[in-house]
Design a protein around this ligand. Structure first.
Ligand code: PBE
Length: 268
């Protein structure tokens, strides 16, 4: 009832995504850093379940706090805001980097070149994500985007020769943003003649697989903060191909209608 505080209505719960995600770990960190969040829980779910819970809450104008990130289609569909984080547990604006296994450059120079060249914008990624959130198959959404953005894609493949059925393995996590980027890169590599296998795994295995050479690469390294601990553990066992997107961010996200602006506004 309306006598309840926002914190009571939320059940002292932040709706998470896949456990092991940087934004889930940062949110757990927030519950340990902010005194007013002592005793709060971060519920691990999945990116899809988080989006459904957010949509349902908005439909009923109920309070909800989700582990959020940019780029993500939810900001185009709903009026949302990041809660202020005066302690900085979620870090600053960051980049998404491409990481490949050691030895890829010599073994598969064409794929290496394309992965090295791959870079796009928040707006580009949003276009693919929105299409998928509206029901398109990720591979179709990626193919449409590639077809509509020939000029940009030709910069990634400039001077790269086609291959004949060589195989390549990319790993990713089924976060909406990485579903989009991984499918776009796979589409471009397939158009060059690669047989590309894209395998969804969990965050920690994504890093391990590239470090151990079980996968050839990934385009999903959020740095310096979100995947800082994975980078520390595995970063020196792989090749850092630099940023493929700038302007990424994570944080605690709520609907605009909620009457709080900061993590510190939540009643204990
Ligand atoms: N994310 C999207 C990931 C990185 C990409 C912010 C949900 C995370 O590890 O939190």
């Amino acid at each position: 009832d309306s006598e309840e505080s926002v914190s009571e209505q939320l059940g002292y719960e932040i709706t998470g995504i896949e456990s092991g995600s940087g934004v889930v770990n940062a949110s757990i960190d927030a519950t340990e850093t902010y005194d007013n969040l002592a005793g709060w829980e971060v519920t691990p779910t999945s990116s899809g379940a988080m989006a459904t819970a957010l949509g349902d809450a908005i439909e009923n104008e109920e309070p909800i706090i989700v582990t959020g990130w940019t780029p993500h289609w939810k900001f185009a569909k709903y009026d949302l805001k990041y809660l202020k984080d005066p302690e900085g547990v979620y870090g600053e604006e960051e980049v998404i980097k491409t990481m490949v296994r050691e030895g890829l450059e010599g073994d598969q120079p064409e794929a290496y070149q394309v992965l090295d060249n791959f870079n796009w914008t928040v707006e580009d990624m949003n276009a693919v994500m929105l299409d998928v959130s509206d029901g398109a198959e990720p591979a179709d959404a990626a193919a449409d985007w590639v077809a509509e953005n020939e000029e940009k894609v030709s910069e990634w493949t400039d001077g790269v020769e086609a291959v004949d059925g060589e195989s390549l393995k990319l790993v990713y996590v089924e976060w909406d943003s990485e579903v989009a980027s991984t499918n776009v890169v796979a589409t471009v590599l397939r158009d060059l003649g690669y047989e590309v296998e894209i395998t969804p795994v969990d965050n920690s295995f994504m890093w391990q697989a590239v470090a151990e050479g079980e996968a050839d690469g990934m385009v999903a390294a959020w740095l310096p903060a979100t995947h800082g601990s994975q980078f520390e553990e595995y970063g020196d066992q792989m090749v850092d191909l630099g940023a493929n997107l700038e302007g990424a961010k994570i944080g605690a996200v709520v609907p605009e209608y909620m009457d709080i602006d900061s993590l510190e506004d939540l009643e204990p």
